[in-house]
Design a protein around this ligand. Structure first.
Ligand code: CMC
Length: 426
């Protein structure tokens, strides 16, 4: 909705009138689309001040620490919903009725297996390959197996691809783990729920099928919910950008996985545990806090800080509570958790972190829960990718279901002016 106007005055030129758009919540945005007619562009590396699209899926108030999916607070979803219901909500905009939920779960279960030939793909990777490297390749390769749902202009195809992706990600994620272990890959079991099935494929073997702990399955499900979507973060924006060129959904999600991998984004959960290992014990915390504050040292406190949250990350609050529950249930007394809590306390009372509003983010505690569940560190970001797939595909679908333009940022060129090749070269 545009009812206000902003004026841009560039010295020596007539003022340019720009519409100011108002959303249902959040700050107004200045619509600079007409600026191109003046021969000028805006400059905003890192998208610090730029809304790249309009969306109805997720809302974040970073100052208040609020995260809503389709209007529902993340705390309520984590406590009262389950992952597949949250997936339905993100994809469709409303909570499902009982019948709609049953149908949705049935459809997902219908698609949990992957093409048998996809298995041979894994043999091309080294056994010690990082699972995220395998994920980028194998998820991209899905487009070579599911040709029948690749027409991005067909809403039915988009729907089938979305279902396939949500259903197959746990299978592929567990396959990467089994491959790294040299164990047989496990087929999905459709009598189990989404999280139980994932843990079954991760930890069972054909010669030993152990029951899945309901406490761990519940914790896993919560971790999936907490990672399901987070509006226009780096990986989601990557998926939208790739999708804006008309690329197929499997290729777009593979692009999202690649963007997620970096330690400033989804790779932070793995980096938190490596950092805690490096710190070693409580006596060393001060030394590492000093390193994090030193501008000449690239070290950052992993799991701290966020581009949007300038308050406690609401996902971290739920994560901390789940962490306490899981460790109590398993009777684990984890020295790394004690170290993490001490680090959290010291950092949060330190003026450097206070002044910059650096609070623990979702990745700070998730690693400790995943470790307690028995997930190896190298799989942490894979689990983030598995859970975020529904967010990526919801944004991709949202973009494709109304008019959109190819994403094509401009630049401020600071290189050479035109010049000629030197003459007389051999
Ligand atoms: N440790 C020490 N200093 C920090 C940290 C940190 N973790 N995060 C930010 N700062 C400082 C930064 O150096 C800067 O200081 P100054 O103003 O003196 O130059 C100030 O705080 C503002 O930070 P920024 O880097 O300009 O903020 P940003 O919005 O560009 O970056 C971030 C956000 C998440 C990339 C960054 O906080 C970070 O690298 N954190 C550690 C990695 C991490 O935990 N990432 C997970 C993010 S949540 C999950 C997800 O999105 O995937």
């Amino acid at each position: 909705m545009a009812d206000k106007k902003a004026q841009l005055i560039i010295e020596g030129n007539a003022p340019v009138e720009l519409p100011v758009l108002t959303g249902t919540m959040g700050p107004d945005v200045i619509d600079v689309r007409s600026l191109t007619a003046t021969g000028r562009f805006t400059f905003d590396p890192g998208f610090m001040s730029t809304a790249s699209c309009e969306s109805k899926i997720t809302y974040i108030d970073g100052d208040k620490g609020i995260l809503l999916h389709r209007g529902y607070p993340i705390e309520q979803l984590a406590e009262q919903s389950d992952y597949l219901e949250t997936c339905y909500l993100l994809l469709n905009g409303e909570l499902p009725s009982k019948e709609e939920k049953a149908k949705f779960v049935g459809t997902i279960k219908n698609h949990t297996m992957v093409h048998e030939q996809l298995k041979s793909f894994f043999n091309g990777f080294r056994r010690d390959a990082h699972p995220m490297a395998i994920m980028c390749g194998v998820v991209g390769a899905l487009s070579a197996f599911y040709h029948d749902s690749l027409d991005i202009n067909n809403p039915q195809h988009r729907e089938v691809s979305a279902m396939r992706l949500v259903a197959k990600m746990p299978t592929i994620a567990a396959m990467t783990y089994k491959y790294s272990m040299g164990q047989p890959m496990m087929y999905p079991r459709n009598d189990l729920n989404y999280a139980e099935n994932f843990l079954h494929m991760m930890f069972n073997t054909p010669c030993e099928i152990k029951p899945i702990s309901p406490v761990l399955a519940k914790a896993m499900d919560k971790i999936f919910i907490l990672h399901a979507d987070h509006e226009q973060n780096a990986s989601t924006s990557t998926v939208r950008l790739a999708g804006s060129s008309g690329a197929n959904p499997f290729a777009c999600i593979a692009a999202g996985i690649a963007a997620l991998w970096g330690p400033a984004h989804g790779g932070a959960n793995e980096a938190v545990l490596s950092m805690l290992d490096e710190i070693g014990s409580v006596e060393n915390i001060d030394k590492f806090i000093a390193k994090a504050k030193d501008k000449n040292d690239p070290f950052k406190l992993m799991g701290f800080g966020h581009r949007v949250y300038k308050n406690f990350d609401p996902r971290a609050k739920v994560m901390k509570q789940t962490c306490d529950e899981v460790l109590a249930e398993l009777g684990i007394n984890d020295p790394q958790l004690e170290l993490a809590m001490k680090l959290d306390e010291i950092a949060r009372n330190d003026p450097y972190f206070k002044e910059r509003n650096l609070y623990p983010n979702v990745d700070f505690y998730s690693g400790i829960i995943l470790k307690a569940i028995g997930i190896p560190t190298s799989m942490f970001t894979v689990i983030f990718a598995l859970a975020r797939t529904v967010g990526w595909i919801s944004h991709w679908k949202e973009m494709l279901s109304s008019p959109y333009k190819i994403g094509r940022p401009r630049q401020l060129y600071t290189g050479y002016e035109q010049r000629d090749l030197p003459s007389g070269r051999d």
